[in-house]
Design a protein around this ligand. Structure first.
Ligand code: ATP
Ligand code: MG
Length: 434
């Protein structure tokens, strides 16, 4: 026998038993984003490798070690998108959408990074990504964070901590970067291999290191917040004041530098404090220089990306699982003539009641077996199409989850009969209110 084909490590199936939670997440996000005036955009999953190199930066882990890059049949170097911002910025440029215009955009989809798979860290993972383009802030920066806070409330996720920092402008960062390199060079013996590599290309990223042995060195390093230019400082103070005005708590973390090169001024991260391996659920910031760096007109922008798997798992670990989709009706079919007409009768009912969830017994089976399936389906009501009843122009109905007996309704008034029978049974098990 041939070997079994396995899924790719770190790439997950989202199974039907999990899909209720995913759909609940998506519909909450979709509604909320629309309420804040964001429009959906869909960009390709594959782009020229060059786009990510230029946008994210050659010295980042994402570009240096994590990209799924391949040569296509035409000889071009292409990459599966590791994040969405670069593709959206490219779309704005290539569709001529800038020219001083403002855009509030979002997208959802899978991203790809060749990381070490573990709980909460995958090679294909989903993000909801949001970008506000053409807004210098800090008002829009504050609104984005408020939107996140509202989404956590809608999803029933509590205990997320907001960390905030400002990276200043590229000019002020350059001065800081020199101070930082000087400091780390003075302690070169304490740097781990990763940090030594970063010292030349991307020294700020050393602050992001998760290596416990490096933490004291990092704690004593010079702090970026003390090197901010006056405009960036004012921008940051206004952002903080706006958050305070709506009661959003935050912690300034001067070591929060984020993994991607393109950030300027505001950066933030929402972190869960529950005991999970991967604690960042949403990260973002301002990237005023990115669009110009990709060849578009200089346009300020701010955005964030949230990790769908990590958020869905927090939702479900709080016991907030929305009910799986169960049918309203299960159609039991008894007899040859009934079997021949069942689908026709049900199609007419679907025409009359498009929202009704109807599962028709497929593949035959005796009465008892069909009722067993009907019970297992979770439906509230069985519709019984039998030869004898159909010959009389009638359909029988029987509640499945209470003891009341069978009733009949005329075939010509089936939709109204089903309405009445379902109404008499009370509401279906609803998804829990957010
Ligand atoms: P981390 O520090 O966990 O590696 P990151 O800084 O690389 O995250 P971003 O690139 O900012 O993350 O992506 C935004 C969000 O996407 C993260 O906050 C996280 O929730 C999610 N995310 C990032 N990488 C993965 C992954 N490999 N698997 C699952 N979710 C991820
Ligand atoms: Mg990462």
């Amino acid at each position: 026998m041939a070997g079994q084909i396995q899924a790719i490590r770190g790439m997950n199936d989202v199974l039907p038993e999990q899909i209720g939670a995913w759909q609940h997440f998506e519909s909450c996000a979709r509604e909320l984003l629309a309420a804040y005036g964001y429009e959906e955009i869909r960009v390709p999953i594959v782009e020229h490798t060059e786009l990510f190199k230029r946008a994210i930066g050659e010295h980042t882990d994402v570009v240096g070690k994590e990209m799924y890059t391949f040569t296509d049949r035409g000889g071009d170097s292409l990459t599966l998108r590791p994040e969405a911002t670069a593709g959206i910025a490219r779309a704005l440029i290539s569709n001529g959408m800038l020219r001083g215009a403002r855009h509030k955009l979002w997208c959802i989809g899978p991203m790809f990074r060749h990381e070490a798979p573990q709980a909460g860290r995958y090679r294909q993972f989903w993000q909801v990504d949001l970008e506000a383009v053409g807004f210098p802030g800090p008002d829009v920066d504050a609104e984005l964070i408020m939107l996140c806070a509202r989404l956590w409330r809608l999803l029933g996720i509590s205990g997320l901590k907001l960390e905030l920092n400002s990276l200043g402008t590229p000019e002020s960062r350059r001065v800081y970067r020199e101070r930082l390199v000087e400091y780390f060079r003075g302690h070169a013996a304490q740097l781990d291999a990763d940090s030594q590599r970063r010292l030349a290309g991307n020294p700020l990223r050393i602050l992001d290191s998760k290596n416990p042995a490096m933490q004291e060195l990092i704690r004593n390093a010079p702090v970026l917040t003390e090197h901010l230019d006056p405009e960036s400082r004012a921008h940051f103070e206004q952002l903080c004041a706006m958050l305070e005005s709506v009661g959003i708590r935050y912690e300034v973390n001067p070591r929060l530098v984020r993994g991607l090169d393109y950030y300027t001024r505001t950066v933030f991260e929402w972190i869960t404090q529950s005991a999970v391996a991967q604690n960042a659920v949403c990260s973002g910031g301002r990237y005023d220089g990115l669009i110009a760096q990709l060849g578009g007109e200089a346009t300020p922008a701010v955005g964030f990306a949230m990790g769908v798997e990590r958020l869905v798992s927090l939702m479900t670990s709080g016991g907030q699982l929305p009910a799986a989709a169960v049918p309203d009706l299960y159609v039991v079919v008894a007899g040859e003539q009934a079997a021949a007409r069942a689908l026709q009768v049900v199609e007419q009912l679907r025409d009359a009641r498009p929202g009704l969830r109807i599962e028709v017994n497929m593949g035959g089976g005796n009465f008892k077996a069909q009722f067993r399936r009907a019970d297992r389906s979770g439906a509230r009501l069985a519709l019984i199409l039998g030869d004898e009843e159909l010959a009389r122009g009638a359909v029988a109905m029987k509640p499945l989850r209470e003891q009341s007996g069978q009733s009949e309704c005329p075939l010509g008034q089936l939709a109204a009969g089903v309405d009445a029978a379902l109404a008499a049974l009370g509401p279906a098990d609803a998804a829990p209110a957010p």
